[in-house]
Design a protein around this ligand. Structure first.
Ligand code: JCF
Length: 689
């Protein structure tokens, strides 16, 4: 860091910017801590603080005692009685990359001769609190506030089950005084349930679980807090008088657990920062299977003696750092709200955004679900909105930043006409969605064909949305049967299609004629008919003609087909144009034989009676292929794990089904174990599972 004598004199721009940044940080701190209504996403706030800190580091003469960088941040609101913390509740310095994490390691290793061991934990996106116990009894609970003074929320904390009212252990072993620090947070299931209730009651929705937790903890009436399903993990001691002598963080956490405090089970020790970084990456990959929001990993020095040697700055301990994940929320301009038409004619509004980099990707569009979703969020073109992109979840507009709304905007209105064909968009009473009523709408036609050729249906490589659109516009395609009339000669004259890619496409189309019947059924896009029902039908009937001729009663007799599916199928096949489509597919040579038909290989029943649940992605097969392999051997794939499940097949990034399987003691197979089950009928069980 530059010292004052070597400092270059800051320019007027720098001085102004520092002043501006301070005002911005103070302002947003207040929106966040005092009003619980942040106007900017956390990451943007972090960026402001970071820029300020960097400018101050380069120009130490500009640092003032009251700069927000010199305080832990935030100010307590006035509704609750102030509590002065016995020891300040410091915040954490951030690292935004592997380099910054390693640089921290180098910095602290210079202060210590012995090698350093670390403990890392998911960084909860909740509210830091302090809990005070006197002779084993909970006496005072406070929010962090500005780190020096917090708010007394004791009565609210008493309503939270995870907060021990009394410490466990013999009275003589308990400390006379103990201050425990941790994070109050709202699990995502509780957050979603709360917002559902709020919506039903016509109350305002919370933008995220953190705000919901803050709003719930800072209620005037503790009986409201009691209904909010708040959770707690503890991770740090404050003041302590009496009790055991603790030498490491791991001992501290074990003691906290023994006293009855919840401690995050994902906390783990590491010998070096490379291993810590691997943990950070792994935690980031799995962040969406935790059931609560996290925004990084907290890394701490394990040895308490080493910590004392390193000490703290006025703002944060030197012995800990927060490794922050890239943001999943950012604000941006909502340029427009448009409507897209799906294969069934459903009209879905979506946001056209000023592109932002969020959740690891550039986002220029985000779904708005339906008319009610837009009305509930009240987002309007011209608004600054908060956009969220969590992992592989479709980007979503969380809500508007009202403080930045330009004057004279009006609530958005759903268009009356289909943007693609001009026919009316109709919303049937009692339904959430509008539909374009025109089956010949070109947009619907394109989407139906895209679905037919898609991965989950006929799986025709090279026939994606762009090509389909091009072929429809060129008049080559109207429906699925036309696909089989495409030839190299007809394709080559089109733009952007060479001889070779035309040949590849025609080959892929030809190969798709041999797809099993269930894929044809799925390809038709009949309401309620997914792969499971389609597979059951393909097993039960000789061919598509038999399905077409079956009564609703005969359809319902099939395992896994209920009245809703049966009615939907019967209705679909009763329509003339659909019957003609089936005839044309037959004439084109598309396989319409059921699994019992002549085209299927001899039936293997080695998995008869076995049920499988799939979670995570396998390296060598798609989900559909895996299900095909199981189905071909007479096994069943179901979606939820129960005691009756025979095997859970676990791939990369498994979801909650993995934990459920462990809990119920269901046999877990990794990819290799599954492959050997396919080959030999015998699973190889992995030692780890
Ligand atoms: O999960 C957290 N948000 C979190 C915050 C975890 C910790 O172990 C922390 C913290 C803030 C300060 N530890 C300190 C010392």
């Amino acid at each position: 860091m530059a010292d004052r004598s070597s400092e270059v004199r800051p320019s007027k721009e720098v001085v102004d910017r520092v002043r501006e940044l301070r005002a911005l940080v103070e302002y947003h701190d207040e929106r966040y801590f005092v009003f619980d209504e942040p106007e900017v996403a956390d990451a943007e706030f972090d960026a402001l603080v970071r820029e300020l800190r960097e400018l101050e580091a380069r120009h130490p003469s500009l640092v003032t005692a009251d700069s927000p960088t010199q305080r832990p941040g935030g100010r307590p609101a006035s509704t609750f009685a102030p509590v002065v913390h016995r020891m300040p509740m410091l915040s954490l310095d951030n690292a935004f990359s592997r380099d910054e994490l390693l640089a921290w390691g180098t910095r602290i290793q210079r202060l210590i001769t012995e090698p350093i061991c670390f403990v890392a934990e998911p960084k909860l996106d909740g509210l830091a609190i302090s809990l005070q116990y006197e002779d084993g009894r909970f006496t005072v609970g406070a929010t962090r506030g500005d780190g020096v003074t917090g708010e007394d929320v004791t009565e609210n904390l008493r309503t939270i089950k995870a907060v021990p009212q009394k410490l466990k252990g013999k009275a003589k072993d308990l400390p006379a005084l103990l201050e425990v620090r941790g994070e109050i947070f709202m699990p995502l299931a509780a957050f979603e349930a709360l917002n559902r209730r709020q919506g039903e009651a016509g109350e305002r929705l919370f933008t995220n679980a953190r705000n919901a937790a803050a709003g719930s903890l800072r209620q005037k009436d503790p009986s409201v807090t009691a209904t909010r399903d708040l959770a707690l993990y503890t991770y740090q001691l404050g003041a302590k008088e009496g009790g055991p002598r603790l030498r490491t963080h791991q001992e501290t956490l074990a003691w906290l657990t023994a006293l009855g405090f919840p401690v995050n089970p994902h906390i783990a020790p590491f010998d070096d920062l490379d291993a810590v970084f691997a943990f950070c990456e792994q935690t980031e990959t799995n962040r969406h299977s935790l059931g609560y929001d996290i925004d990084g990993v907290v890394v701490k020095v394990d040895d308490l003696g080493q910590r004392a040697e390193m000490g703290t700055t006025s703002r944060a301990p030197r012995w800990a750092i927060a490794y922050k994940f890239p943001p999943e929320e950012k604000s941006t301009l909502l340029r427009d709200i448009m409507v897209s038409i799906g294969r069934t004619g459903r009209a879905t509004p979506f946001a056209v955004l000023e592109p932002v980099f969020v959740g690891g990707a550039n986002v220029g569009m985000a779904t708005l679900h339906n008319e009610d979703d837009v009305a509930r969020k009240d987002v309007r073109p011209g608004d600054t909105v908060i956009v969220r992109r969590a992992g592989d979840v479709i980007p979503e507009v969380v809500g508007p930043v009202l403080a930045k709304r330009p004057p004279k905007t009006k609530p958005w209105k759903f268009p009356k006409k289909c943007p693609e064909c001009g026919q009316p968009l109709v919303r049937v009473e009692g339904e959430a969605n509008h539909h374009c009523v025109n089956v010949d709408c070109p947009a619907q036609r394109v989407q139906r064909l895209v679905h037919w050729a898609g991965r989950g249906a006929m799986d025709i490589e090279g026939l994606g949305e762009e090509r389909v659109r091009q072929f429809v516009e060129a008049g080559l395609l109207e429906d699925a049967a036309d696909v089989y009339a495409l030839t190299v000669d007809r394709l080559v004259p089109l733009e952007r299609i060479g001889e070779r890619s035309a040949q590849l496409l025609v080959d892929a189309i030809e190969a798709s004629k041999r797809q099993p019947l269930w894929r044809v059924l799925v390809g038709h896009g009949i309401n309620h008919v997914g792969p499971t029902a389609a597979q059951a039908l393909a097993r039960a009937f000789a061919d598509l003609d038999a399905i077409m001729g079956a009564s609703e009663e005969q359809l319902t007799a099939v395992d896994g087909v209920g009245p809703t599916i049966a009615q939907s199928i019967a209705r679909w096949f009763s329509i003339d144009r659909n019957q003609r489509l089936v005839q044309r597919l037959h004439a084109a040579g598309v396989n319409l034989e059921g699994d019992r038909g002549p085209q299927r290989e001899a039936v293997d029943a080695s998995f008869a009676g076995l049920t499988f649940v799939l979670t995570g992605s396998l390296q060598h097969r798609t989900r559909d292929e895996t299900a095909d392999e199981i189905g071909a051997r007479g096994g069943k794939v179901t979606s939820s794990v129960s005691k009756k499940t025979s095997y859970v097949v676990v791939g990369e990034s498994p979801g909650s089904k993995f934990a459920k399987a462990e809990e119920l003691g269901v046999t877990i197979l990794d990819e290799q174990g599954f492959e050997s089950l396919l080959e030999s009928g015998q699973p190889t069980l992995n030692d780890q599972v």
